[in-house]
Design a protein. Sequence first.
Length: 80
Amino acid sequence: MAMKLTSHPLSSATYDVIALIYRKSQIFEDYQRCLDDVRDDTLLTQLLIQMRHDDERHLGSLKAHLGRLLHAEGGSSSLL
């Protein structure tokens, strides 16, 4: 019995969330580089730390939604 493969195993929404998670994850290297560069500027350091925390929170929300989407599509979200 052959398995039927679909041409699009992920929905557009799931793919978009994965892409956003990937892009959002890349910013953390930039934050660290910038924090190293501005360590003498307390106000800018505080702003960058606040922005990094916001992005961490947003990334967590995206991961939760990805888990929901994968579960709804019959996949596994155990890797999240």
